[in-house]
Structures are given as C-alpha cells and as structure tokens.
Design a protein. Structure first.
Lengths: 175, 132
C-alpha cells in the first residue's frame, strides 16, 4: 500500500477513536481547560502511556526510530502560551477541529480556516523568529531520560504510576 | 458490530486503541502522529494559487515542503473517521454553536464563528512556534 493510503486509513481509525471518546467536542476541550471534565486528558495520557511502552520496547529491539523534537525554550514556552490562548477561544486543536467538522460541528470550519491563515502568517514571520525567539534556550534534541542520564524504563514506570494516580484522582472527584 | 454503533467509548479504552494504533504506525511506516504541519502545507497550496513565485521563495514553505504527504492524508482521514463514527451511532448532526459557548455567549452564530476563526489563527501560530 502506498504511504498516502496508509496515512488516510490511520487518520480514519484515529478519528473514529476520538469521536467515540467524545474528545473532539468543544465542550470537552473547554471542560478540561476549566478543570470540570478531564475526558480529553484521560484519552491523551492513556494514548501516551500505551505508545511510550510500545515504542520504547520496539526501540530497544532496534525495530523503530524515535522522532525527537528539539527543546527550544523560546519557541516552546512562547508558542505554548499563544497556543493556549487560541485553544481557549476556538475550543479545538488542529486535529480535533477536523474531527469536529466530521461529526457536524461546523463552527470548526471557521476555526480550520483561521488555522490555515495562522499557518500562513507564521510562514511570513518565520525568518524573523528563526533568528530571535527560536534561538533562545535551544537545548537540541533532548529527552527526559537523556537529560536526567537515567534508563528510559525508569522514566516510563514513574510516568505510568503518576498517570494512574491521576486517573484515580479524576474518577474519585467525578472529573 | 454493535460496539461500533455505541454512542461513546470510555476515554481509557479509546486511548489504549489510539496508543496501539500509534505503535503500529511507527512500527510499520515510521510515522508519528501530527497535524499542524499540514496546515502550513494547506496555506502553501492556497498561496500558490495566487502567488506561486512568492511561495517558491519563502523559507518556511521550502523547509516544510508544500505537498500532500502521509500527514496530510492522516488529517483528512480524521475528518472521515469522525464522520463514520458519528454516522454509525446516529449522533445529532449539524451543530452550529457548542452548548458551553451558548451558555456563556448566547446562541449568535456569527459571534461564535468569528471567535472560532480568530482563535484558529492564534492557536496555529502558537502551535507552529512551539513546533508541535
């Protein structure tokens, strides 16, 4: 099968899972931002938990490569803050906006149009940002295990326990 | 398959399935999930229609390459996956204004749509700056 078909099939299954978990709804996304409903956090952290165990297992066996993004504090922190403001207003992140449109929430179409424009605006600013913000606090491609100098399974176990405790706390408090 | 017609799955169950899907994707094709680069490419396609020379000379479009690739199809697939899922479970269709928004800002469509558009601009600028 070619790469494009595999991409489409993967997206369809992922979109199906997100719709069933109700994480592509504005109300769920804003619910998390308002600490009222942690459905999307449960979905995301469970996905991360399963994927980090599976991918590091395959990595240890030499079957897969990791895809590590650089840690650039200027870009990550400023970008994260700007992302958060936008997310709180539009109520969808990029992939969930596509899913929301798919299940008939057509306010997402306006969000998607804005996102395409936002990407175009970023492209205009990129040469300026590249020489400034994106040079601030550049630590290169680091991960928690490499930065801490410990085995990745130790990090995975600690995160796994933290996630499960968080899930228990969510359930106990009806979040 | 009744389970596919259910209105909702536990987020933990759906999260495990999504996690397994990601592991399988990385194992079989080396692809990690992402979405926001696709919006850069979509912007590139739109601008190409009006000013192809400008796009060809822009550093960011050269860096991210304006093309339909695995991720582009993944993002399009998400729309159809959600459509099929909601169709199978007969969810209410066509929601112009989210309930939580309406409770706070009223039922006015234009107000919600303008906010969604402006929020979309901001969210994507931030996503690209954070390289997420």
């Amino acid at each position: 099968m070619n790469e494009l078909i595999i991409g489409a099939v993967t997206g369809i299954i992922f979109g199906f899972c997100m719709q069933k978990a109700q994480v592509i709804r504005y109300d769920r996304q804003l619910g998390a931002l308002r600490f009222q409903d942690m459905t999307i956090v449960k979905f995301m952290l469970t996905t991360i938990l399963v994927a980090m165990v599976g991918i590091y297992f395959l990595f240890d066996l030499g079957f897969v490569k990791l895809s590590i993004k650089p840690l650039i504090l200027g870009g990550n922190v400023l970008g994260g803050l700007i992302f958060g403001i936008g997310w709180g207003i539009v109520g969808y992140c990029p992939a969930t906006a596509m899913g929301a449109l798919g299940e008939g929430r057509y306010d997402a179409a306006f969000g998607l149009a804005g996102m395409i424009l936002g990407a175009g605006i970023y492209a205009e600013f990129y040469p300026l940002l590249k020489g400034t913000v994106l040079t601030w606090g550049n630590f290169g491609k680091v991960t928690l295990p490499t930065a801490l100098g410990i085995n990745h399974w130790l990090v995975i176990v600690i995160l796994g326990i933290a996630f499960v405790l968080l899930f228990r706390w969510f359930e106990k408090n009806g979040l | 398959m009744n389970v596919l017609r259910e209105k909702t799955w536990s987020p933990y169950v759906a999260g495990v399935l999504a996690g397994l899907l990601l592991v399988l994707s990385v194992f079989l094709t080396g692809k990690y999930f992402g979405a926001s680069t696709t919006f850069v490419r979509a912007a590139g396609f739109v601008e190409q229609a009006v000013a192809p020379d400008k796009v060809a000379g822009m550093e960011y479009f050269i860096k991210e390459k304006v093309k339909v690739d695995w991720q582009f199809m993944f993002v399009v697939g998400v729309l159809f996956g959600a459509l099929v899922s909601s169709w199978l479970s007969r969810e209410k269709r066509a929601v112009p204004v989210p309930r939580m928004w309406e409770e706070r800002f009223g039922p006015y469509r234009s107000r919600r749509w303008i906010a969604a558009f402006l929020g979309g601009i901001v969210v994507m600028f931030g996503a690209r700056l954070a390289d997420g």
